[in-house]
Ligand binder design. Structure first.
Ligand code: FNR
Length: 376
């Protein structure tokens, strides 16, 4: 309604409301390095494409006369109430697409009460982002220095992040031709080290402070996250230093999901990192049903990789996810129009989801089951 009413005054939205076209719009304005960083995938880009193709194979079967003209999309996941089953996915080094970076993202999300998941590789210190307010989870790239790890967890807890998301699929960066072709590694830029240069444990381990030798400090930080060999029996370390819910991100195999449930993990994010890690990997949506069968009743399942529209959210929820994470679309919003752009991308998805849920014949996301779908 808001958009149509503004249309009466000849005002149109800041950019397209069609998230599937957002990438092309962003490409026309962004520099190739940052654009390639956001859009790019592993290898040939096969998994990026597979993620989207998987959604098209599931079709929604709408129901009629169900009272869905009134809807309530709100839900609570791992103790966090949210207006709809949607969170913002962790995306590192956001200041490379807009100078306000994660601060703008956090402001847009907080205004809507939508939770953010802040990346370890954020370009603003996690305390500064927390100061914006709003519900927030912290994403950990698990460093191979236990003191730095404990320090990051302590800081995140103290700053009011309520859920720990541990990303397992990125213990090293994949072969990413777009970044390689542009010789563009955002994490090597000072922008990606905000949490390092504010971390007492990290700073204490340096021979010289960053002000005297910035290059060495950055390389040391990056090395903490490269080739990290983490095994299931390392999980108790995280429990020791984090007393809230723990979510593992990057799970695609039902056996890994079962193992996580056996270890007492509280939630999983079924994700292939938006196709950025394993070229040729299973589409994330195709991994979801088997994991739902394996552990859906034992821990909370969240989903990402390929979510663009309200219909996509409905499909993921019907296949067992309790909530989804939005990735690239909000980052393009940030690139195109800063805080207002994140807000527009996010509100567009939420409005599309609300309308599509209602027209599908559901009053709440909780009533979605596989019977809402037909597989082509
Ligand atoms: C990511 N992703 C990510 N994940 C994570 O755990 N920590 C991080 O720092 C990042 N950084 C990051 C940067 C960029 C530019 C992108 C596009 C993605 C992965 C992200 O959380 C999510 O899994 C994917 O973005 C989901 O795929 P779609 O929806 O973007 O296709």
């Amino acid at each position: 309604n808001e958009i149509y009413l503004q249309g009466l005054a000849d005002r149109v939205p800041p950019f397209t409301t069609d998230a599937t076209r957002l990438e092309a719009v962003a490409e026309s304005t962004m520099d190739p390095g940052p654009f390639g960083y956001v859009a790019g995938g592993a290898g040939s880009g096969d998994t990026v494409r597979a993620n989207r193709a998987a959604f098209a194979r599931w079709r929604i079967v709408p129901r009629m006369m169900t009272g869905a003209t009134e809807r309530d999309l709100s839900t609570t996941v791992l103790g966090t109430p949210m207006p709809a089953p949607v969170l913002l996915a962790p995306v590192g080094v956001q200041s490379i697409v807009h100078p306000d970076g994660e601060l703008a993202t956090a402001r847009a999300a907080a205004a809507l009460d939508v939770p953010i998941v802040l990346s370890t590789a954020s370009s603003y210190p996690l305390e500064d982002v927390a100061a914006v307010g709003g519900p927030r989870w912290f994403q950990l790239y698990w460093p191979n220095d236990p003191e730095v790890c404990a320090s990051l967890l302590h800081r995140a807890k103290a700053a009011g992040y309520t859920v720990l998301v541990v990303t397992l699929d990125t213990w090293t960066l994949a072969w990413r031709p777009r970044d390689l072709d542009h010789a563009y590694l955002p994490f090597l830029r000072a922008a990606g080290v905000a949490n390092a240069f504010t971390d007492p444990a990290f700073l204490a381990g340096l021979a010289k402070p960053p002000a005297e030798d910035q290059a060495t400090a950055i390389l040391r930080w990056v090395s903490l996250f490269t080739g990290t060999d983490k095994r299931w029996d390392h999980l108790p370390f995280l429990r020791e230093h984090w007393d809230g819910p723990i979510v593992l991100k990057g799970i695609q195999h039902p056996d890994d999901a079962r193992r996580a449930a056996d270890e007492g993990i509280n939630g999983l994010i079924i994700s292939n990192h938006g196709g950025r890690q394993v070229d040729g990997a299973i589409a994330s949506l195709d991994a979801l049903p088997a994991i739902t069968s394996a552990v859906g009743d034992r821990l909370d399942l969240l989903f990402d990789s390929g979510i663009r529209t309200g219909a996509d959210v409905i499909k993921a929820l019907a296949l067992g996810a309790k909530a989804v994470l939005l990735g690239r679309p909000y980052v393009y919003g940030l690139a195109l129009a800063g805080e207002e752009g994140v807000r527009h991308a996010l509100r567009s998805l939420l409005a599309d989801l609300d309308l599509t849920l209602g027209l599908t014949g559901h009053q709440t996301p909780a009533s979605l089951t596989p019977s809402a779908l037909h597989r082509d």
